[in-house]
Design a binder for this molecule. Structure first.
Ligand code: GAR
Length: 207
């Protein structure tokens, strides 16, 4: 089994990060958290990281004069903390292509719907669930996928359906979906620790 040395990237409250953390503590996920990075100085994910004495870094484009300097700093932090796998746990920024290239097939994202529906730029959090309800969908779900250069388009690793119920609001649907996210994300990561994910073109084969 391979020890995943995680770089967690999160923009918000970080409940998915906490679920991953809990799975590691419970011995269900063969991984350790090397560093937590957020583009948002006030992210709950950074607070939680600090509460666990984990390195927590606020990093965003406007701290740097050029995009190149920003990307180099980003890569430098990942290297400094010996990250070998990146987890986008509610990270609302597109990763720069340089980072995708260096960590090819070693970056996963969680999306709160069944891709390829309801993905792409601007489709995050509340907007996803609102769009699902606006379309009158009877099911939604969760997708865990590898990250490539385009928003939400990398090979899918795991998916699970979640029912849409009569009277759902974006908030009630988000809550039901989030419960599944908290289970499926760690399980999908563990597949990488067990080296069971093979990438074949646009898809994955789980061995
Ligand atoms: C989660 O629902 C996650 O799927 C979603 O943001 C939320 C983050 O919650 N991600 C996206 O929409 C990415 N396109 P968290 O901060 O509590 O983990």
């Amino acid at each position: 089994m391979k020890l995943l040395k995680l770089g967690i990237l999160a923009s918000g409250r970080g409940s998915n990060f906490q679920a991953i953390w809990n799975s590691i503590q419970a011995g269900k996920l063969h991984a350790q958290v090397q560093v937590v990075i957020s583009n948002n100085a006030d992210a709950g994910a950074l607070d939680f990281a600090r509460s666990q004495n984990l390195p927590a870094v606020h990093l965003e484009r406007n701290q740097f004069d050029t995009k190149e300097a920003y990307v180099q700093a980003f890569l430098g932090i990942l290297e400094q903390y010996a990250v070998n796998f990146i987890v986008l746990a509610g990270y609302m920024k597109l990763l720069s292509p340089e980072i995708v290239r260096v960590f090819r097939n070693r970056i996963i994202n969680i999306h709160p719907a069944l891709l390829p529906s309801f993905g792409g730029k601007g489709m995050y959090g509340h907007f996803v669930h609102k769009a699902v309800l606006d379309h009158g969908c009877k099911v939604s779900g969760v997708t865990v996928h590898l990250v490539n250069e385009a928003y939400d388009q990398g090979p899918i690793v795991a998916q699970q359906c979640v029912p849409v119920l009569a009277g759902d609001t974006p908030e009630s649907l988000a809550e039901r979906v989030l419960k599944v996210e908290h289970v499926i994300f760690s399980a999908a990561l563990q597949l990488f620790a067990e080296e069971r994910v093979e990438v074949i073109g646009r898809s994955t084969l789980i061995k």
